[in-house]
Design a protein. Sequence first.
Length: 365
Amino acid sequence: MEHALRILIVDDDIVDRRICRRALGRLDPPPIFVEAETGAQALDELARYHVDCVLLDFRLPDRDGLELLAQLNERGVEQRVPVVMLTGADDVSVAVEAMRCGASNYVVKDMDGRYQELMPTIVQHALRDRELQLARWRDEQALARYRSDLSELAQRLMDTEKTTTRQLAQVLHDQLGQTLAAIRLGFDAVCANCASLSSESARRHATRVSALIDEAVREVRQVLVTLRPPLLDGRGLLDALDNELRMQPLARDDVELQFEAAPGITGIRWPADVEYAAFMIAREAIGNALRHANATLVRVTIDGDERSLHVRVMDDGSGIPADVSCPGHLGIVGMRERALAIGARFALETTAGHGTAVLLDWIAP
């Protein structure tokens, strides 16, 4: 033990206090003792001194020990002191109740005085337990701060993503889209003026160029759909997800796509960030099922109310490999980060050969 402990003995019996001092005097180095006869005096001493441990008798003149124990446990975690309850041989049930109420340990004052030998060990154990509890609490606080910082970072990333994609979509629509439209008009005009002079080879070349222009226009439109989910801003999550399933390639007639919204949620709008994150998570899950799972059924369900949202994307495909948590699976990492950004619970349930379920649960804070 590196420093002398300061121990508060709360007992109205001077003989019992003297016995406690003698028993604990065997600690190395010997403790510094502070004494109190009542609960009120004990609180005064705790306000005046830093105390490492409290020995608390159950029977006090102004209150019982459990009342004082409750008052001590109202202090902040870092200000709490380990309490060892002192009881008589006929108060063992009180000692058990004290443990339930937050005492670190208890000592039964038997008539033979054997408890005196146990007191140093009991006090040391109480101090060690207190250090472990304090370390665990600090770790929990650090973890909470880390999660809060991570959530804030995820929110910033999602906000940045939305801003960037909106700007990019605007550029594609207003600039590249208009440029392609002008190219189409100009090319058609050139072809019309040169039709009488065109050879068969020139006509074939013009047809290929025309097809390339059409393909470029389709690709830009598809990118715009990807960057700006149709209907999400204007009509909400339900219509956007329903439309997302309808827009899947018609050639995939080997996969049944189902969309189910719970009765009573039609017309509900959730916060914009929540709808955006839920849509992007569902889109990623649908895409994974269609591209990788060899599924024959993909089912999307939505339930909730004005203050909650529950989205499920389930398939009957091959499931996800056991190494899903490796860094290469960025789609799943992205889904988790989007859920974190809105303070939602994300879960992935999968069994090899029996499909996958992606679950998002959001509840308003």
